[in-house]
Design a protein around this ligand. Structure first.
Ligand SMILES: [Ca+2]
Length: 380
């Protein structure tokens, strides 16, 4: 081969590689983010999106900011809609219940939903919502008797949780220990996240009627602190608790977090973020980096992986924890459905997730908002 031809071939190959790198710069940037300073090694490979939007089934549509999902023993689906509706979906049938006292304000409104571990016997359903007391907005956790699609016997089990137009937390989930875990945001007053007497910027752990859980680290409802706006809770099969949390916002976005939650842990907000460390504070297991924003919503654990919704990131994220505190991160359906908020593992082994394009920050598409279902087999 002549020298000229060989040079031409090298130029073409270099141009192709540069073109491909440019075309995939987004996915490459977001597919792998590592907690440690160690760069990704080639052995870990690069996992691009493997799934297609056509693999997804629409379970329900024309909802308004579906925030949390729960599965009833009879197979029906319950969803909170942020303006203040609890909606029951059973096949093609749908019934909405207006929840009294909800005040939708900014990111606040009707949010968290959980069923008691013995729901089949006691019918107890829990909601986390923004309401008003004499002093203004508050977030509170309420328990109801849910019977034949009616909400009865309302009991407020936690109240006076600071609320604001932003950062309300409000995810509810029961642990295997039988206690109810409640996330709270800093409600715009960042320093309160470090104040262990405040309910702002915390993960709380209480009994099924709102009393302090036995063994809590500070003999209060506080389980962990130093949080900004935790939005997802999911336990692994090893019992470890994972939580997704929004990092700094505004002009300097990024530093969204996936945390491994331990009793008494201080997760650093607003003192440390990203890879920063400080004695007595726990850095995130995984973060999005300084320049990328997931805006993580709900989380679910399935088959050894943590899935969570990305609002600004407009993706279904999958975290695969590896040895030595490292993790592999993949983004599925990037931009296919817009903003993704809640993610839940169904009793059928399928993964359910919701769009959030009607929350004032997205562009509503036909049928929004939706509940979608996908088989986790697609991600293998
Ligand atoms: Ca943190």
């Amino acid at each position: 081969m002549s020298l000229k031809l060989r040079a031409l071939r090298i130029v073409i190959i270099v141009a192709l590689i540069a073109g491909a790198a440019y075309a995939f710069r987004g996915p490459l940037l977001q597919v792998f983010v590592f907690r440690s300073a160690a760069p990704p090694t080639p052995q870990q490979g690069i996992g691009l999106q493997t799934t297609r939007a056509s693999d997804v089934t629409i379970v329900a549509q024309d909802l308004e900011v579906p925030w949390a999902l729960a599965f009833l023993p009879d197979g029906a689906l319950l969803v909170t809609e942020r303006p203040g509706r609890l909606t029951l979906i059973a096949g093609d049938r749908r019934r909405s219940i207006d929840v009294t006292g909800v005040r939708q304000a900014g990111e606040g409104g009707l949010m968290g939903l959980a069923l008691h571990p013995r729901f089949a016997e006691n019918g107890w359903l829990y909601l986390c919502l923004t309401g008003e007391d004499g002093a203004g907005l508050e977030n509170r956790v309420e328990r109801y008797l849910f019977d034949r699609a009616v909400l009865g016997e309302r009991k407020v089990i936690l109240d006076d949780i600071p609320a604001a137009h932003f950062h309300n937390g409000c995810r509810l989930a029961f642990g295997a220990d039988g206690y109810l875990y409640v996330t709270t945001g800093d409600a715009g007053a960042r320093d309160r996240a470090q104040d262990r007497r405040s309910y702002s910027g915390k993960i709380l752990r209480v009994t099924d009627d709102g009393a302090v859980a036995d063994g809590n680290p500070f003999n209060t409802a506080v389980y962990s602190y130093g949080h900004r706006n935790p939005q997802g809770l999911a336990w692994g099969e090893d019992g470890r608790l994972w939580s997704t949390e929004h990092g700094r916002s505004g002009l300097g976005s990024g530093f969204d977090e996936v945390n491994l939650i331990e009793a008494g842990g201080n997760y650093g907000w607003p003192v440390i973020q990203g890879d920063e460390t400080q004695s007595g504070m726990t850095a995130p297991f995984l973060h999005s980096g300084a320049d990328y924003t997931w805006a993580p919503g709900g989380a679910a654990y399935l088959d050894g992986r943590i899935f969570f919704g990305g609002l600004r990131g407009a993706a279904l994220y999958e975290v695969w924890p590896l040895e030595e505190g490292r993790a592999r991160l993949r983004a599925h359906f990037h931009d296919d459905f817009g903003r993704i908020r809640e993610v839940a593992a169904g009793p059928d082994g399928m993964l359910y997730f919701t769009t959030s394009n009607r929350d004032g920050r997205g562009r509503a598409r036909a049928g929004d908002d939706k509940i979608l279902r996908v088989s986790p087999e697609l991600f293998r």
